[in-house]
Design a protein around this ligand. Structure first.
Ligand code: NDP
Length: 354
């Protein structure tokens, strides 16, 4: 398939989300025009302000309900590429369908609209997740793009509403990604676009989406705030801080990955795991305590936890690792370090007076 080349316009769904605002910003900085979709006019206000200097290179349109047939029909018209990020990411669903229906129907709906009205579209990038790849294990395992999370689907079949909330979320991402590949395999001979799927792990880093208080942060960035800046009131024990953690990526690097995925021909038809490496909460806390001068947080001094008890400690085990050779080969991503991300995130809290 031909790759996307400037000048061109990219549609970003869920443009007000934590990751998506960085995707929009990265696209604009690189010279792309962007059309973002949000669920209401109210959610467009912050975006319009943030990117006002880009004039008509940045537009926001309202797609109220992404689960409706034809929801994206208008939005896809005239764009050269699509970044589909909109999908519920929270751990509060009682009925699994609260997550699964928007995840699956939103994704397939976007592809259907591109099939009908996306004559100028050359590539569609979907933000899937490591959640669609991994499974819980009791022995360390390195996952690659060949792995699919069948475990969450089995648990959901057995337990339904009683399944742990994390499993409901994982199922929504697994089913949405499976549906995307199924759709593309069925239609690839007759469309002018191809598909790239990104599978990131936990995403951390500064937030430029609308969040006036820490409670307004999106799910992964709220966890970082709670456990790195504020673990005492989160009730986290030192043992938890030293033992909980998997893999991560800086939100800015993930945004970069979304843009590079439009540009690299070899990314077409690929699911790609993007991950900077391993973490335990204690690792971020240790690094935070080396920052000079120390960040001034409204929550008081930084926590200490149990210094040195995270990654690298002889008793620390990482059950999950990712093989990221495909991302290195195709995208050539350079990841920010854990220290860089932690410093910038705490500076972001300080600037916001949190
Ligand atoms: P956010 O919650 O910040 O953004 C989610 C976006 O999806 C928002 O624009 C939100 O709109 C929209 N959305 C949520 N539910 C619905 C719905 N039912 N109908 C329509 N739109 C909806 O999360 P992130 O930016 O963190 O996540 C973005 C994507 O990245 C998601 O697909 C997520 O699964 C994936 N991901 C995130 C990771 C992370 O650690 N953050 C890790 C791996 C993958 P609104 O504001 O109106 O609710």
């Amino acid at each position: 398939m031909p790759t996307v080349q400037l000048p061109c316009k990219v549609l970003v769904s869920g443009a007000n989300g934590y990751i998506a605002v960085w995707v929009v910003r990265t696209l604009l900085e690189k010279g792309y025009s962007v059309r973002g979709t949000v669920r209401s006019e109210e959610k467009a206000v912050h975006l319009r302000q943030l990117f006002s200097s880009y004039g008509d290179k940045h537009e926001v349109v309202v797609v109220e309900d992404i689960t409706k047939e034809g929801a994206f029909d208008e939005a896809v018209k005239g764009v050269d590429a699509i970044e589909h990020t909109a999908s519920p990411f929270h751990m509060n669903a009682d009925d699994p369908d609260e997550l699964i229906i928007p995840a699956v129907n939103g994704t397939v709906g976007m592809l259907k609209s591109a099939l009908k009205y996306g004559q100028s579209v050359k590539r569609i990038v979907i933000t899937s997740s490591g959640a669609a790849v991994l499974r819980d294990t009791t022995t360390p395992f390195t996952f690659s793009e060949l792995n699919w999370n069948e475990q969450c689907l089995e648990i959901l079949r057995e337990k339904g509403r009683e399944a742990p909330n994390m499993m409901k979320y994982r199922a929504s991402k697994t089913l949405a990604e499976k549906a995307a590949w199924e759709f593309w395999n069925k239609h690839k001979a007759s469309v002018g676009w191809d598909l790239t799927v990104l599978n990131p792990p936990y995403v951390f880093g500064p937030a430029i989406n609308e969040a006036t208080t820490p409670s307004g942060l999106s799910t992964s960035s709220k966890l970082f705030y709670n456990y790195v800046a504020h673990p005492n009131s989160s009730g986290a024990t030192n043992e938890f801080l030293a033992s909980f953690g998997t893999t991560w990526i800086d939100v800015r690097d993930l945004a970069e990955a979304h843009v590079i995925s439009l540009e690299k021909e070899a990314a077409g038809g690929e699911r790609i795991i993007v991950s900077a490496g391993l973490w335990k909460w204690q690792d971020f806390i240790d690094v935070a305590n080396t920052i000079s001068p120390p960040p001034k947080l409204a929550t008081g001094g930084l926590p200490k936890g149990n210094p040195g008890a995270g990654t690298g400690h002889p008793s620390t085990v990482h059950f999950l690792q990712y093989d990221t050779t495909k991302a290195a080969r195709i995208l050539g991503l350079k990841y920010r370090t854990l220290a860089e991300m932690t410093k910038d995130t705490l500076a972001d809290y300080e600037a916001k007076g949190w």
